[in-house]
Design a protein around this ligand. Sequence first.
Ligand code: DON
Length: 601
Amino acid sequence: MAFPARLGVGLVLATLSVGCRAADPFAQSNLRATPKRGAVVAEHPLAAQVGVTILNMGGNAADAAVATALALAVVYPQAGNLGGGGFALWVPHEGDPWSLDFRETTPSGYGTDLYLDDKGEVVGHRSVRTPLGVGVPGSPQGLFELYKVHGSKSLTFASLCAPAIALARDGFTVDAWLARDLRREPARKRLMSDPAARGLFYPGGDALAEGEILVQPALARTLERYARGGQAAFYKGPTAEALVQTLKEADARQGGIVGDRHMSAQDLASYRVKVRKPLVGWFRGHQIISMGPPSSGGLALLQVLAILDGFPLDDDRNRVRRDRDLGVAVPAEECGLSARSAHWLVEAMRRAFADRAQHLGDPDFVEVPVDRLLAPEWIADRRISIGERSDPGVQAWRSAAPKESFQTTHLSVIDKEGNAVSMTTTLNTTFGSGIMVGDAGFLLNNELDDFSLAPGVPNTYGLVGAEANRLLPGKRPLSSMTPTVIREGGGRVSLVIGSPGGPRIITSVIQVILRVLVYEQTLEDAISAPRLHQQWKPEWTRMEGGWPASLLETMENQHGQELRVEPDNKFGSVQAILIPDTRVPEAVSDPRRGGRAAVQD
Ligand code: DON
């Protein structure tokens, strides 16, 4: 991929640019080159294949994304879903980017007190494996909305649902990943304690094994109703009734904590997706488009890239170029990233996550100071505060006033017209709450654990939060999902990217972008390379296995970084498509998991 001349950094908020933009810089459509083929990358080969089939039938990126997500709801029950939520970013080949928030909302009867015991202490598991953790699902309405607003209309909604219905009705072969995840704790115990989930995934008491066929007739019926009636067929009628009844029964099994405050038919009927303005920023001449609140992903991504832009990362890159010219092999895991650059990266992440913990939440409930947190003065302040030593005590902007095996899933699509969809969707932890709506055949999320349940009390991901992310009825919990698209001159999409991984979504996306844009690695190498993760609290930085020992040593000894290497842990699962100057898309599914890239012939 060729890099445009460095244009300097400017952060532009789409929300702020309205009215002061003189001309659309991408309005020169004669400059826009379209990809030679469409491509889909997702975390299951069957789902990626469904997406490409839809492209081959004349569907666009939105059509393919909807069909892929529905297929994931069948073949990847760990995270693909009807009972969860997510975010989708649509970047058209012409015109303004658009983003959709189909995040779950808090049922109207819920309050933080439901998570507390008699002494006022948070009972952690309540937000994870009881009906109290379940938010009102957003995916069925989100996918329908994406189809309605941006689908090509050359295909009906029913035809986008058809491949998922066939996979549910006729069955598919369980792969090694599903078989493994069904055996793993704590998901196994959670699913086993739910009668419907146990019946489906543990027939006879044992987890389905690789190679067995999983048939899901109840899910097929739910999808058929959805195909015929659109989103309304989920939020009202038999599916909604079964969902409400399931939560009541699950609560009764677990001791009846929820009482009469459980999710109601009214909560479902009043659920609404939100169209949000995407966040737009710049990094070395590349336009970075990502998700705004209630996701923290886009903001943290733009903050980190902007902070890093003031550091001489090019020195490393130039050293690699020199080595290459001299024929010296540069290992992919290193790619020239020096210990000093890794230290800067860690410190930039630390600062972004401090702001996240303090200020971010659902913008419909709290004022999120997005413009202040991306303001050049604040970015400059953050940059200048980074010295040669680690700074665990760093604090967030002040106004006048860990473990793996969690699963979310990301899919990226580009079509031949050059339209892109970057979509991340989740049940939160692997298989969500483990509560299955038996009559309708789908699992429910435990997304409400993403709220800060009490000041300073970490959630499943070790994240702490503040007032801005306090649980309130109707509110959406703060997310880390970071669906992102990068564009070049003429509005040409050059990268479609995203990942699962809780807070490591943000840091995974940052690192792949840096490796591609600054260190000139191939997309494949950039995705395979080891990752690090820093999220402010805890203070230490987590390192995947595979980093050069000398880099770790220098980070610790010279820069005072506290590092914890987790050789067996995998951070995120990036699903990305790079469209280089040749216009032939390079689609890569992270080798950390079992996804697949599929490119049109
Ligand atoms: O929205 C969030 O940030 C989390 N619920 C995402 C969970 C996740 O990515 C788990 N995946 N690996």
